[in-house]
Design a protein. Structure first.
Length: 567
């Protein structure tokens, strides 16, 4: 068995094309839209089949004007292509491949989940499962120091604890409770809606032959690490496990900085409580992990008690580094408001235990409106959980908020430049926008299609997938290893240091970011300052080209749910 092969089509790999389309593929029975960028194709448009026969002469159905560049975009509908196969759409000056099929997003969906195996820490990544990306174990994390900021009576500064397993967080080699919890939460939210699909899905990981769906096996690899991040004496959870400084661009086995657990925080502790309660509920009948559910429930309840007793224990890295040595300069995942974390945690604890005290806590922390789920905005994970529950009052309140949110999203499509709910406002773009806007909004639309009005929202979730996979202002398919033009130089240490030409497949990069916070490094020259074009495929671009587990988790949730519905 080998690693899932990435679909990289061998055509015009880095050519700037005027034809923008989903480079991975369109479903035979769904909408198929292509956008011609900047120039009206007029009567020159044609679509030919694999034998060169003209099968369609499509027309421009509408024009759109970019609100930033003022470029004209021409929207072309080729939905008449309903026979699976490879087609070529051509203008007078350009051409591109259109792939039409029945399970066109299956491979990229599987690769997005398989990416988490490749990101495992403390264990060898083996050739039967990883092919050329196999590597020796790095960061065993069996000798982790308690940072002075995390010291307690039972674990004074300098104490050694063991905290193995888990996933590397992003382009760096650290492990962060906040982001890990969010990532698991997003994927388990998708799993709960598509259990039969995940029961059948084989991602070729070491656990694939057991009785547990591969997605849950992968979650368990990280959940086991998370359990080690809780202080057994008081229930508080360390914010992160980290080196003082980011490592260089070397392989995991070549890293030698000491590793620390740093400062307990209320946000990390509530995120931990939420995901332990959620996973205990969903894994309670597991044959392979029968001991986990009661352990996770106890850990979640203890974490809740600590958070209730320490509501102002926010993670403030700058202050922490002024007070303690060594100073810590890695990712912060700082957040000065725990109301959303409290809502998510109380929601999951109520669904697990049925204790009305958690229902009342959730009512107190309930959001006023639905927002995109992100690591720093977790209320919507609670909202989606209530929607999936049988508790009717909260379910109906959250459905009303979700409907308002999704109706606003789809209202943007008729005038959008790329026929998608995402990408129509300057505020859509920024750090991690492809996940924290495009993917998670697609997941919200899938929830709305299932629970509000069947058939109204699904095609709009597909439109966001089309945007990710090439129908956008840059012409990139933003998932590594797929499409005709995808990132080759992500800000990702193993992909840069392993000597392999292609990066790990299945990784979603952050995407266009007009903030360009990495320009100050001095060597980056972005091709554009425009919101939707502010992207550069450069290893040094941590602002637009980094990868992260929370971003991939959002991609998993979107693509696997679509694949489940179309399988």
């Amino acid at each position: 068995m080998v690693l899932m092969a990435a679909l990289v089509l061998p055509m015009q790999a880095q050519k700037k094309s005027e034809i923008r389309l989903n480079q991975v593929g369109y479903y035979a029975d769904e909408e198929k839209v292509v956008v011609i960028d900047g120039k009206n194709p007029g009567s020159s448009l044609s679509v030919t089949d694999a034998q060169g026969n003209v099968v369609l002469r499509p027309k421009v159905v509408r024009k759109a004007l970019s609100p930033w560049s003022k470029k004209q975009r021409f929207i072309v509908d080729v939905s008449e292509l309903r026979t699976p196969g490879q087609y070529t759409i051509a203008t007078k000056d350009d051409k591109a491949c259109i792939n039409v099929g029945s399970r066109v997003l299956h491979d990229v969906a599987v690769a997005s989940l398989k990416m988490f195996y490749l990101m495992r820490t403390g264990t060898p990544i083996l050739e039967p499962y990883a092919a050329e990306y196999a590597r020796p174990a790095g960061h065993p994390d069996t000798h982790v120091l308690v940072h002075p900021s995390a010291a307690s009576t039972n674990r004074p500064a300098g104490s050694v604890i063991s905290s193995p397993l888990g996933w590397y967080d992003a382009g760096d080699y650290n492990k962060y409770v906040v982001n890990s919890s969010f990532s698991i939460g997003v994927m388990l939210t998708c799993y709960e809606q598509n259990k039969d699909y995940f029961a059948r899905l084989d991602t070729n990981i070491p656990e694939s032959r057991n009785a547990t769906p591969d997605l849950l096996d992968e979650m368990m690899f990280n959940l086991r690490w998370l359990l080690t991040m809780q202080d057994p004496a008081d229930g508080g959870v360390y914010h992160k496990l980290t080196t003082p400084n980011f490592e260089g661009f070397v392989m995991p086995a070549d890293c030698h900085q000491p590793r620390y657990v740093v400062a307990k925080s209320v946000t990390a502790t509530l995120d931990f409580a939420a995901v332990m309660a959620q996973s205990a509920r969903l894994l309670k009948d597991s044959r392979d992990y029968s001991e986990f559910a009661p352990m996770a429930e106890a850990a979640a309840l203890k974490a809740w008690q600590w958070a209730e007793a320490n509501p102002d224990a926010y993670y403030r890295q700058e202050l922490l580094s002024q007070q303690h040595q060594p100073a810590i300069y890695t990712g912060t995942y700082g957040d000065g408001d725990a109301r959303d974390e409290r809502f998510w945690a109380s929601t999951e604890l109520f669904r697990l235990t049925g204790n009305d005290a958690f229902l009342q806590a959730a009512r107190q922390a309930m959001p006023e409106r639905f927002t995109a789920p992100t690591w720093g905005g977790l209320a919507s994970l609670g909202a989606l959980s209530w929607i999936a529950s049988s508790q009717q009052d909260m379910k109906q309140l959250m459905l009303s908020q979700l409907k308002d949110y999704c109706d606003e999203l789809i209202g943007r499509v008729p005038t959008s430049s790329f026929q998608s709910p995402f990408g129509n406002k300057a505020s859509d773009f920024g750090w991690g926008c492809l996940a924290e806007g495009c993917c998670v909004n697609g997941v919200a639309l899938l929830f709305a299609d299932k629970y509000i009005e069947k058939g109204k929202y699904f095609r709009h979730a597909l439109q966001n997938a089309d945007y990710l996979l090439g129908r956008n202002a840059t012409g990139y398919c933003f998932v590594t290893g797929f499409g005709t033009k995808s990132p080759m130089h992500p800000h990702h240490r193993p992909s840069e240091a392993d000597g392999i030409g292609n990066p790990f497949p299945g990784m979603l990069v952050g995407g266009p970011n007009p903030g360009q916070q990495d320009k100050e490094s001095g060597h980056l020259t972005y091709p554009s300052n425009l919101p939707d074009e502010s992207y550069i495929d450069d290893m040094g671009s941590y602002a637009s080209n980094e990868i992260a587990i929370n971003w991939n988790a959002s991609l998993v949730a979107l693509l696997c749910w679509i694949d489940a519905l179309k399988g």
